[in-house]
Every structure is written in C-alpha cells, then in structure tokens.
Design a protein around this ligand. Structure first.
Ligand SMILES: Cc1cc2nc3c(=O)[nH]c(=O)nc-3n(C[C@H](O)[C@H](O)[C@H](O)COP(=O)(O)OP(=O)(O)OC[C@H]3O[C@@H](n4cnc5c(N)ncnc54)[C@H](O)[C@@H]3O)c2cc1C
Length: 463
C-alpha cells in the first residue's frame, strides 16, 4: 500500500471506530513484531487499530471483511511463533483497551474478564480472593488472557493444571464477517453443541477475535513445597522421571534442566549444586498441609533407589524466580538463542535432548535443553553469537531439523508457543492428510475469505 492509500485507510477506520483508536505510523513500532524479533521476524501493518470495545471491534472486522483486508489480532505481543506479526500487512487489532474485569465471584470460583486483561492481573485477582488460576506462562505481565487462550498457553504448572483452555467455560468472540457471538458461559459443565471455546483455544487468531473469557478458578493450595533433585546425568534423569510418574506422584511442577543449561545457570541457583550434577528435576508439591507432607514423604521414598546426588529445598519463590531467569541467562551467554518448544512422549525425553546436542555439533552451535519434563516439553535451544550473522541462519536450520526429530519420536512441533508463522510449514506433516482437511474445512466455514490472520497456523487453510 502506498502512503496515500495508508492515510486514506486510516481516515476510513477513524470514521468507523473513532480517531483515538487509530494509531499513527510513528507509533507502529511495537506492533511490527512479537517476541520472535530475536529471530529477525518483522511485519509491516497497513494500519493499527485499538478498538475501545467489542462492538467497535465487530464493526472493524465487518469493514475489513467487506474491503478484503487481512485482520491480525494482537494481544500482549509476547508470542514466540510470530502469530501477531503482520507479515503480509493488514490491519493489526490491538486488544489492550478491552481491559475490564467483568465480574469476580470468589465464593463460586468464577472470574470474567475482557480479553485484553494481563495474565498477571488474572493471577492477582485470583490470589487476592484465595483462588488459583493455574496457567502460568512466563511473560505474564505482558501477555493477555485473550492471547493466552488463542495460544492455549500454559507454563510450569501446566503439568498439574493444564493449559488456559482447561480453565475457560465461556468465550465472547467476533467472528467473520463481523458478528459478535458467545459460546459457553458460566456453567462449570455444559455439553450443549460443539465445544467452541475448545476450538478457539490454540486457534491463534485464525478463527475469530476473542473479546472476553469466563474462567473457572479453584481454591488456592494451602501450602507448596519446592524441591530440586540433582542427578549425575541425562540417563539417570530419564529413569528417575519415569519412576516418579510411575510411582503416582502428581506434583504441580515437574521441570528439568540438562547439564548444559545447568552449567549456564548454576552460579545463581538459590542453594548448593552438588558436584557432578548433570541433570536436575525441579518439583513443586502443593495441596493442604497434610497432603504436601504426605507427597514429600512419597517423593523421598520414590527417590530412595540411590541415583540421587542431592535434594535441595529452596524457598519456592526463589526457585521459580531462578527458573524464570533461565531464558534470559541462556540468551545472554552468547548474545542470542533460537529455542524450539517441541513436545515428546515423556519416555523419549532423553532421546530428544541427545538429538539437540547432536544437531548442535552438526551445526557448530552450543546447545542446551530445559523445560517441562512431566509434559515432555523441551525448549531445544541453540545459542547464537549475535556478532556472527551466519549463526542465526544455522540455528534456525537446526531448529527446523529438531521439529522433524520431535515428529519422529511421536511428538509435536509445539507444546507451548503455537504454530504461528514460524512453524506453518511443519503442521501438515504432523497432522496428516485427513486431519489437515478437517482443519481446512473448519477454517473455510468460519473464515470463508481467509482474512483472519492469514498465513498463520496453517497456510493452506487460506482459499
Ligand atoms: C519470556 C517469555 C516466556 C514465555 N513463557 C511461556 C510459557 O511458559 N508458556 C507458554 O505457553 N508461552 C510462553 N510464552 C509465549 C507467550 O507469552 C504466550 O504464547 C502467550 O499466550 C501470548 O499471549 P499474548 O497476549 O502476548 O499474545 P500475542 O503474542 O499478542 O499473540 C499470540 C497469538 O494469539 C493471537 N491473539 C492474541 N490475542 C487474541 C485475541 N484476543 N483473540 C484472538 N487471537 C488473539 C495472535 O493473533 C497470535 O496469533 C513466553 C514468552 C516469553 C517472551
């Protein structure tokens, strides 16, 4: 689009939703990228609009649909798959002004918020009312609850508490060609019709724009106990992981770091790392006082086989602050990194981690792995020296090869961050022909013109 066409578009959009909702090109900066900026992914919006409410958003979608303009929904822009990046232009719809808390019913364990409310605020609201909202993705001050549902985000506590979709009983959405619709509601159980909130979970803005969510919370656990279990190597880590799972332990968190990740971050660990440690499992037990005491005893008895080098019990807040610092510390090691969020069956965790290091040798890149062991989610990480341009290209190629390894192990190309733009060419290989066609049919039914976040998730969905 020429700059004259852009200016004319902005005038049309201002008439539609108010001039205060339409950004000037000088303010587009943050809307040209998400957290994949570290991979160099940038887009060019034709316009950026932040509607004040769902009705204005519906008018905007209707107008774009009539004028064949792509629509790119954007939450907090913390995505790691390029889903909110306007790679092919289009109108970016910022959801940040839809930031009202609609209702809080602590006694009934319910909370309704508009889509633009920050994830961290949802956590605060739940906590202040003695309740728990389980999904805990890492960029919680930046990400929005609508973006969390659109990516079906989880985090360390996803092992026990599942992804965002598991906590949603109802959703308001703007569907093409500009219709406001509500699915589900406040009922904790409702099996009437298709599971539309479930379909929107992980849809990455390709089926509609979420404007509000109704959440089912649960009482906050009375007590938590964090533990770091140190092991000599990957093989011991795999064995102990399977013993804990097979033994019936159900911790809230069951994360891991391999030797290379531990080497980067051991200096800041809130406690003592036993000499010779080559793998660590991070565990959080939660529940009533009595339940935590009982689980802690079970944990010790399951670990009694003699493989463990040491167990530390740091304060939970300190351990999880350290865990949250890993991403930054690993990226800082050489200046940058490419991390893929593959997921494999837990029994193949060690094979996946070995494959990362093999690929690292092939592509001459330092590597490490960390993630959510209980779910089989591995942040397959290739570290890059930002001063060497060729490093990034090699890391991206190694990351792509890692997706194939994940599929070969019966896993998934993404356990957390979604397909978005960066993994769009790999989804068909995971789904196979029949499931791909079912995806295409759903896309055609809900977005016949293919204007909702085109090219994301599954490019062949666009007619
Ligand atoms: C440091 C860091 C740590 C992270 N840790 C985790 C983690 O532990 N677990 C995890 O799962 N993810 C994690 N992420 C990724 C990211 O935070 C999540 O994917 C998050 O859910 C994205 O939310 P957002 O509001 O920022 O969405 P955006 O990045 O703005 O958008 C993501 C996708 O959702 C769509 N979208 C956004 N809002 C809406 C809406 N209202 N309606 C329809 N579609 C919409 C966009 O079009 C895009 O496709 C992390 C990211 C960072 C930077």
């Amino acid at each position: 689009m020429s700059s004259d066409q852009n200016a004319s578009l902005r005038r049309d959009l201002a008439r539609l939703v108010g001039s205060e909702s339409v950004l000037q090109p000088s303010d587009y900066g943050p809307y040209t990228h998400d957290a994949t900026i570290q991979r160099g992914l940038l887009g060019t919006p034709d316009a950026v609009v932040c509607p004040p409410d769902a009705a204005a958003l519906a008018r905007l979608v209707a107008w774009c649909y009539t004028h064949d303009l792509p629509i790119v929904p954007r939450g907090g822009g913390s995505g790691l798959s390029g889903g909110a990046v306007p790679v092919g232009g289009g109108v970016v719809c910022g959801l940040e002004r839809l930031n009202r808390v609609l209702d809080v019913d602590p006694g009934l364990w319910r909370l309704s918020v508009q889509a633009g409310v920050a994830t961290a605020h949802v956590h605060r609201l739940a906590r202040e009312n003695g309740l728990l909202f389980g999904p805990d993705p890492g960029a919680a001050e930046q990400s929005q609850i609508g973006g969390n549902l659109a990516t079906n985000a989880a985090g360390p506590h996803g092992f026990k508490y599942g992804p965002t979709g598991d906590w949603v009983t109802g959703v308001d959405v703007v569907l093409a060609p500009g219709e406001l619709a509500s699915f589900g509601g406040r009922l904790h159980k409702d099996v009437a019709g298709y599971d539309m909130p479930g379909l929107l979970a992980g849809s990455e803005g390709t089926l509609g724009i979420i404007t509000a969510v109704r959440l089912r919370l649960r009482p906050a656990p009375q007590r938590t106990l964090a533990a770091a279990i140190f092991l000599a190597d990957l093989a011991a880590g795999q064995r102990v992981l399977l013993e804990l799972l097979g033994g019936g332990l159900r911790p809230a968190v069951l994360d891991f770091l391999d030797a290379a990740a531990l080497a980067v971050c051991a200096g800041t660990f809130p406690g003592e790392v036993p000499p010779g440690s080559g793998f660590v499992l991070l565990v959080e037990l939660d529940g009533s006082d009595a339940e935590v005491t009982q689980q802690a005893a079970e944990l010790l008895s399951l670990l009694a086989g003699g493989e463990v080098l040491g167990i530390q019990y740091p304060r939970g807040a300190e351990l999880w602050r350290w865990r949250a610092s890993l991403n930054g510390a690993i990226a800082a090691r050489h200046g940058g990194k490419v991390s893929e969020d593959i997921c494999v069956p837990v029994e193949h965790l060690a094979e996946a981690i070995e494959a990362i290091h093999t690929l690292g040798s092939e592509y001459s890149l330092p590597t490490c792995a960390f993630g959510h062991a209980g779910d089989g989610i591995v942040h397959a990480t290739f570290m890059v020296d930002v001063a060497r341009e060729e490093d990034l290209a090699r890391a991206l190629a190694a990351g792509e090869a890692m997706l194939e390894v994940a599929l070969g192990l019966g896993g998934s190309i993404t356990g957390e961050h979604g397909v978005g733009w960066v993994k769009r060419h790999h989804l068909a290989a995971q789904l196979g022909p029949a499931a791909s066609e079912a995806h295409r049919a759903i896309k055609r039914a809900l977005d016949p013109k293919g204007l909702m976040n085109p090219g994301k998730n599954y490019p062949l969905m666009n007619p």
